[in-house]
Design a protein around this ligand. Structure first.
Ligand code: SF4
Length: 391
């Protein structure tokens, strides 16, 4: 593992780093994993079994964050396969392979046009790490050559649709693309007049911060920001992910004029206590990242059963955490990323859950800003689990 401290200088003098070579050292086998963390024979057998269905791929940096003495370590739970992934549904109830309704809104060329004003472009299906809670079942590795050509067609679609005011470049993790590919993609977008801003969604600052020690990339971000605002939604889930190195990556991104927002997922055994949420949100504000969304874990196969927290418990935890946080740290919205649109989970009154729809589908504009009230149950973790309430 390269020496972290004193290797990288801040902006301008940033020392470029061979992140592709580092990525090739990712841990993908049980044999390699055993060099980093202790595994019992049973755990070893379980990881082999699970990896056949969902492969393991963990950057060495991220493995170094695991507390060896804590079998329930949150970073470990996010990275290392567990036997719970063998259970399709579990006690939390039914699951789906497409909880966000992505397939219905796919316009081809990797574009998902769900809301009139936003277009989401799936630029790559590759990620630096295979997160165990991921709702998009993606591949890990390096991308193919079709990427730029597909993106060019996506940019043509965006240029033809004047109602689109912003683009989200997503994946997978777009930051796994080579720098020249990212530059070409952003260049396609920078002169489209009706676009106000562009977002690049990436978990790389958290799991693979080395990616940002790249002066060519940073210089281009700075140039792009002079034409259009660039936003960087990232994905920290636990305060232990906020390290010197990830903070340095965030600093470098911010130094280009890019705004960094965080979209965490609310996960059992990772950040499901008041203290976890408090530490995470305070830690984000400390490094200049805006807490933006806290997503309710989606009803995804092999994920929901062990990661989802019932809404009754979840709203209590989030409410108490918000009482303890200052105004900036509690700016995040507790969100259900539902097929009908984004729903903010606002609060609880007696045994009723109060929600508000903050985005709706183009074919149902009347749903926008709709208040939704449902009866809380002990185990309900998704909208459909909660009985409707007659007012
Ligand atoms: S980086 Fe994001 S898309 Fe990739 S596996 Fe992790 S959560 Fe899923």
């Amino acid at each position: 593992m390269p020496e972290v401290k004193n290797v990288f200088q801040r902006k301008k003098e940033v020392k470029d780093f061979d992140w592709k070579a580092e990525l090739r050292t990712n841990v993908t086998t049980v044999e390699k994993l055993k060099e980093y963390i202790e595994l019992s024979d049973t755990e070893e057998a379980e990881i082999r079994e699970v990896s056949k269905i969902h492969p393991m791929n963990i950057p060495r940096y991220y493995l170094s964050l695991i507390d060896q003495d804590n079998p329930l370590d949150p970073v470990r739970k996010l990275a290392v396969p567990s036997k719970e992934e063998l259970i399709l549904e579990g006690s939390m109830g039914g699951t789906t392979a497409d909880p966000y309704g992505d397939d219905k809104h796919n316009m081809g060329n990797g574009i998902l046009h769900k809301y009139p004003y936003s277009a989401l472009v799936v630029a790559t299906e590759y990620c630096a790490m295979y997160c165990r809670h991921c709702f998009r079942k993606r591949m890990v590795g390096l991308p193919n050559d079709q990427t730029v050509e597909n993106f060019r067609k996506a940019a043509e679609y965006i240029a033809d649709h004047k109602e689109i005011t912003n683009v989200i470049i997503s994946g997978g993790d777009p930051m796994l693309l080579p720098t020249d590919t990212i530059i070409k993609m952003l260049s396609f977008l920078q002169d489209i007049p009706h676009l106000n801003f562009v977002r690049i969604g990436s978990r790389a600052p958290v799991v693979f911060p080395y990616r940002f020690f790249d002066s060519e990339l940073l210089n281009f971000f700075e140039k792009f920001n002079k034409k259009k605002a660039l936003y960087f939604p990232t994905h920290f889930n636990h305060v232990n992910e906020i390290t010197d190195l990830s903070s340095e990556a965030i600093h470098l991104i911010r130094s280009t004029g890019t705004t960094v927002n965080n979209q965490a997922v609310f996960l059992r055994g990772v950040n499901d206590t008041v203290v976890d949420l408090e530490n995470l949100m305070n830690g984000l504000v400390r490094i200049g990242v805006n807490p933006y969304y806290l997503y309710q874990c989606m009803p995804v196969e092999r994920v929901r059963g062990h990661f989802q927290v019932p809404l009754k418990e979840g709203i209590n935890t989030v409410t108490v955490a918000k009482r303890r946080l200052d105004g900036y740290a509690k700016r995040f919205k507790f969100i259900m990323g539902h097929d009908i649109g984004k729903i903010e989970i606002v609060g609880r009154k007696d045994n009723k859950l109060i929600m508000s729809q903050i985005h709706s589908r183009p074919n149902a504009p009347e749903d926008l800003s709709d208040v939704i009230i449902r009866e809380l149950t002990e185990t309900g973790g998704w909208l459909e689990d909660l009985p409707e309430v007659k007012l």
